[in-house]
Design a protein around this ligand. Structure first.
Ligand code: FES
Length: 169
């Protein structure tokens, strides 16, 4: 056992430091918890969003499908609406293309101009894409349209997911 004695001043210092630290922690904890809460919150659900469109409604002609989902950005939740051009290929697989032009980000339309049937047309700078999303050489876009992950749910409804690079162009 140590023979060192604690002076009255030291005892008061230790006690006040301990109590002060305890009180500070009590005040800071709720603030820290509030600050990092969105990071700690587990996300529910997967990355796929139901579009409300059944497989029977699709054909080999690209159809514009608008779908919405809730996007959580830390403390802010907003409803995002996204668009896809969707069709069935020869093997009846779903092809979903992101309509964002790879030139400067305008929205492309299927057969958007009479002079270019069977192609996607970007009205901003006359960009063209084949049905597969492949950019037509000699027009401003320098890369194919991106795709969206697609699957059919147990209810037969088409679900769309993340944007991914084009694998068919
Ligand atoms: S943004 Fe589409 S061609 Fe320029």
């Amino acid at each position: 056992m140590s023979n060192q004695r604690v002076s009255r001043r030291q005892f008061l210092n230790y006690t006040l430091t301990g109590v002060g630290g305890f009180m500070a922690a009590g005040m800071l904890m709720p603030m820290v918890r509030f600050a990092i809460d969105p990071v700690l919150t587990a996300e529910a659900g997967g990355d796929f969003v139901s579009t409300g469109t059944t497989l029977e409604e699709l054909s080999d002609v690209p159809t514009r499908i608008d779908f919405s989902y809730e996007q959580k950005d830390a403390w802010y939740t907003s409803e995002v609406t996204q668009t896809a051009w969707v069709y069935l290929d020869e093997q009846q697989n779903v092809v979903a293309l992101n309509p964002t032009c790879k030139h400067l980000g305008c929205t492309v339309n299927w057969e958007g101009t009479e002079s270019e049937p069977n192609r996607f047309f970007c009205p901003c700078h006359n960009g063209l894409y084949e049905k597969s999303g492949k950019n037509v050489p000699g027009t401003p876009p320098t890369a194919p349209l991106d795709m969206l992950e697609a699957r059919v749910g147990d209810d037969g409804i088409l679900q769309l997911g993340q944007t991914v690079p084009n694998t068919i162009a």
